[in-house]
Each structure stands twice: as C-alpha cells, then as structure tokens.
Design a protein around this ligand. Structure first.
Ligand code: TXA
Ligand code: MG
Length: 347
C-alpha cells in the first residue's frame, strides 16, 4: 500500500495563511476545494444544511446521494454517530487517518441533506496534511464529495480541479497530486457483517485480517442489478470522460492486436483514438497512448488523470486494457467498468 508521501504540513510548499483563509471560509458556510490523499474534495460544513446545499449545486449532484463527513480527530465520531462496534474500532486503529470511509447510524446533529435522507452517515478521517489542517482550523466536520462535476472522473491534480471547478466554489487550495488517485473504500458497519459498498485502496483482504469476513455489495461486482447498489452513488453514471471508453480483455497478445485493429477501423471513420495500458505495453499501440504504471498502485493513482488527459486531447474513443481484479485491482476495475458503461470486448 502506498502511504501518503507528504507526512508533515511543514514539508509542503504551502502558505499557512492560505489554509487559514480557506478554513475561515468553511467556518462561514462557504465551499472550498482541497486535496486529500485519495482525490480532491469539495468541502462545506457538514452540519450546516445551507452550506451542504452549495456542494450539491456546485457539482450538479442528485440530492439523494449522501456525502462523506470528514473529521480531524477520531473522537469526533461519537458526536456524529452511534453504535460504533468493536470491529469498527479495530479498523479505525489500523486505517485512520487514511482512505477508509465507514458507515454508521447517524445522530440527529447530522442534517438529512448531508446523509441524503438516510438514517446513516459515512465518516472518514483523511491523512493528507492539508485536508487535516483545513478541517482542524475550520472547527467543524466537513462534508466533501470528490471535486468533479457529477458524472465526470474525480480530479487528482490541482490543475484539473481548477479547470473544471473554477467559479463554482468560494475557494480552491491547490496542493499537488493525490497519492492514491482512487476514492476511499466505503464499508457499511451497520449490517450484521461489514460490507464494502465501494472498493478502494484499503482492500477486503487487509480488513479481513483484522475483523474476519467482509462482504462486498454484489451489485458492484456485476453479480446483481447495479440499481440495487447500497451506496446511492454507485448507481449513477460515473467517471465518464467525453470519449467513449471500451475495456478489452483476454490474452495479452490478443488484446494488443484487437485494440490496434479497432483503432485502424475507427481512424478510417475519422475518429481519434486513445489507449490506456500497463507501462510495459506503451510501445505496442497506435494512437495516443497513456501508460498507467508498472503495478496496480500506480495504475490506480493515474487512472482518472489519464481519462481527463484523453479529454484534453479530444479523443473520441478510448480503449483500455483490463487489469487484475484482486487487491486494489478491484477498485480499479470498478471505476474503469463504470467509466466504460460496462462495455467489455472479450478476445
Ligand atoms: O476518497 C473519498 O472518499 C473522496 C474524498 C474527497 O474524501 N470523497 C468521495 O465522496 O469520493 P463521493 O461523495 O464522491 O462518494 C461518496 C460515496 C457515494 O457513492 C455515496 O453514495 C456513498 O459514498 N455514501 C455516502 N454516505 C453513505 C451512506 N450513509 N450510505 C451508503 N452510501 C453512502
Ligand atoms: Mg465522486
């Protein structure tokens, strides 16, 4: 697992006044975008209905899709949620601060608008020093979805977030690239057995070592109707670049040949094609090629960024290699499948 690269706020080339200014905006009920170790987040005071409303407006997000509440100190959980199990405490000890979101029964202090009308609340304690500092200084828990317009890939680079969200929020703190590049793992701790509602960098296997069996919502693995997904956000079209994404899966040599022949066909129709692949295969493809990395962690951290880069190159059709569906690969394939609208070409 990649640990966040920046461990100390003093190591960051960022003006402390800048953080204070933005924390004050949050305290006043405004919206601020800031980096986290997963993706950039679009924050507002989680306990202020009017502030939270601005998040939904800025993103164009459906109002039944609940938000994650970000806290600075793990004790804050007790003012927001009830029935914190021993299993949850073990996960907190091991993975907080970090890319794990847990769902609990909510207390009344959490507004319905934050929880999308549910009686549960999603809570996460991020590890990125800017995220931590801005939450601490604002003095309130911060609701923050990924800082993209609803349906688009989540931004993991400061320049992308500025291009997409400038003018939609009261402030943006640019703080470099996000390490993990995939949103946090979401796990429901209210069910009899803990259940992953969204896979992420903290894997089922890592959690099972600590707390025994962890289930995965069958609808996100393609085993049941996606409309029945327990995390409302998983039902919506998501992570979609402007180009049409296809996953090509099978024996590696066949995949490479298939993608190159598809590109030839598409280019004959005047369509611009792009490929996203493992670094070792970069030279084997025609068209605009982006290597995602040498291992699954690197692929996860570069995936959304590559989709946004394809848009910048005005690519019409994007072909992606498939990745292993184990460990972090589960999160990668989940996001990739959604961005492709589940279009897979088997070869
Ligand atoms: O890494 C992350 O989690 C990022 C950064 C900014 O912290 N945030 C993020 O938030 O990805 P968002 O809003 O884009 O995704 C939250 C997901 C959605 O799928 C939502 O439906 C689900 O969590 N969720 C939130 N509260 C829930 C609840 N009470 N029950 C079930 N699902 C919930
Ligand atoms: Mg999102």
């Amino acid at each position: 697992m990649i640990k966040t690269l920046i461990s100390n706020i003093d190591e960051l080339n960022i003006d402390k006044e800048e953080i204070k200014k933005h924390a004050d905006l949050l305290a006043k009920g405004k919206t601020v975008i800031f980096p986290t170790e997963t993706v950039y987040g679009l924050g507002a005071n989680a306990l202020d209905e009017e502030a939270v409303k601005k998040i939904y407006e800025a993103k164009g997000r459906p109002s039944d899709n609940p938000l994650i509440v970000h806290i600075y100190n793990e004790n804050e959980i007790n003012s927001l949620a009830t029935d914190i199990s021993e299993q949850a405490k073990k996960l907190i000890d091991e993975f907080w601060p970090g890319p794990l979101t847990m769902i609990f029964k909510k207390k009344d202090i959490v507004p319905q608008r934050t929880s999308g009308g549910l009686d549960t609340v999603a809570i996460r304690m991020p590890s990125h020093p800017i995220a931590r500092e801005i939450i601490r200084q604002s003095g309130v828990p911060i609701a923050a979805p990924s800082a993209n317009i609803s349906g688009r890939p989540s931004p993991t680079k400061g320049e992308h977030v500025c291009e997409e969200m400038n003018g939609r929020v009261s402030g943006i703190i640019v703080g470099g690239d996000c390490d993990f590049g995939l949103e946090s793992t979401v796990i429901d701790m209210t069910s009899e057995k803990p259940m992953i509602l969204r896979p992420g960098s903290i894997t089922k296997e890592q959690m099972e070592v600590l707390i025994g069996e962890v289930l995965i919502d069958p609808s996100i693995e393609g085993k049941a109707d996606i409309k029945k997904a327990k995390a409302p956000g998983m039902k919506y079209t998501h992570y979609s670049p402007n180009g049409d994404v296809y996953i090509v899966s099978g024996d590696e040599e066949n995949v490479i040949n298939k993608i190159n022949s598809l590109i030839e066909e598409q280019e004959a129709n005047n369509l611009k094609c792009g490929v996203i692949c493992k670094n070792k295969n970069i030279d084997k493809y025609k068209g605009q090629v982006i290597g995602l990395g040498n291992n699954l962690e690197e692929v996860g951290s570069n995936l959304f960024n590559s989709l946004i880069e394809m848009d910048k190159k005005n690519i019409d059709v994007i072909y992606s290699e498939a990745f292993s569906n184990t460990g972090v690969g589960r999160a990668i394939m989940n996001r990739l499948m959604k961005s492709a609208g589940y279009k897979v070409i088997e070869v």
